[in-house]
Ligand binder design. Sequence first.
Ligand code: UDP
Length: 194
Amino acid sequence: CDRFEIDAVAVCDMPRIAVFEHLRSAMDDGRQVALGFCNANMLLKALCSASYAAALKKLVLLNDGVGLDLCSLLFRGRSFRENLNGTDLVPALLGGETRERTLFLLGARPGVAEAAARNIALRYPQHRVVGTRHGYFAAGEVETVIAEINAVAPDILLVALGNPDQETFIAENAHRIDARILMGVGALIDYTAG
Ligand code: UDP
């Protein structure tokens, strides 16, 4: 994709429709895409932490928010084509998909992912939430969490652990997670739960 690069971080400048096509074809062809939505807060964290920057390098990053857009304007003289964030993009993706997609919701406080799953079932009856897991697990439980995800091999894994944990989790584990699309989505699970 066309990129905005600042220090070690490269953010794709893609129109939303191209993002949808990319994700759809990955799901249809069984390829994996690990996605992050980069806002100014994440960019600052990456500029201050080489390990977080290295984790972000393993993800396809999309631009989220006015802060990043301002950086793009200042450093390369133009804005991003569109503002893309998980809170808008995921509902639009699910709403536009007629083919059944399966989802696993990982993150948020206990009970919240289950409430979000009920709302997804009401809003998008064509899709299926095949697993949920709250986001307050210890480092020693990562293997169990991954085994739970792999047991159902979802098309879409939504990871809401906050930054930098969600991007780090995806970057470190994507290669052994049986899911097509992995996305760090911040407060989306809370938001979907209502
Ligand atoms: N979260 C989580 N585990 C954690 C920390 C946060 O599951 O150890 C969840 C939190 O409940 C919320 C989401 O991650 O649903 C985003 O959290 P927060 O708003 O703190 O993240 P940020 O806005 O910093 O990305």
